[in-house]
Design a protein around this ligand. Structure first.
Ligand code: DQA
Length: 138
């Protein structure tokens, strides 16, 4: 069984009520329940933090034993050299995901410190971006 983890960064705990025109109206728990029952042959964990260092700790913790990390570092994508370095330091492949098409938004969202060391990048498909990332590991 593939061991996967979705790591979500700041403000993604507000999915469902945060700017629903951009991020949709489903909560992440609702979405995750659906995904888990759709892919019973994968172990799909979820971790969310609003704190940069906690995200780095989690990437390090799972990064030498899990089969895949699906990482939406949210705003830290565009600012965090520390998260970028963590992705570079580990062995587990990381697929970077974004709910929105960050290239269609403000210029500051066009830069990513995760992308250079990601196995691949999926963005702009709403919550389905996560599902496509999961499929890429299966
Ligand atoms: C996001 C895009 C980021 O620019 C933003 O800061 C987020 C969410 C996305 O999933 O579309 O918080 O990562």
């Amino acid at each position: 069984m593939k061991k996967l983890i979705i790591i979500n960064g700041p403000n993604l705990n507000l999915l469902g009520k945060r700017e629903p025109n951009i991020y949709g109206s489903l909560t992440f728990t609702e979405f995750l329940d659906k995904i888990k029952s759709k892919y019973p042959n994968a172990s799909i964990e979820h971790y969310q933090s609003n704190i940069e260092g906690e995200l780095i700790d989690k990437i390090q913790e799972v990064g030498f034993s899990y089969d895949g990390i699906i990482l939406n570092a949210a705003a830290y994508t565009h600012t965090s050299i520390g998260i970028g370095d963590a992705v570079k330091a580990i062995e587990t492949p990381v697929v970077e995901v974004h709910i929105s098409n960050t290239f269609g938004r403000e210029e500051f969202r066009h830069q990513s410190f995760v992308s250079p060391n990601a196995k691949g990048i999926i963005l702009g498909f709403g919550l389905q971006s996560y599902e496509l990332a999961i499929q890429s590991f299966l």
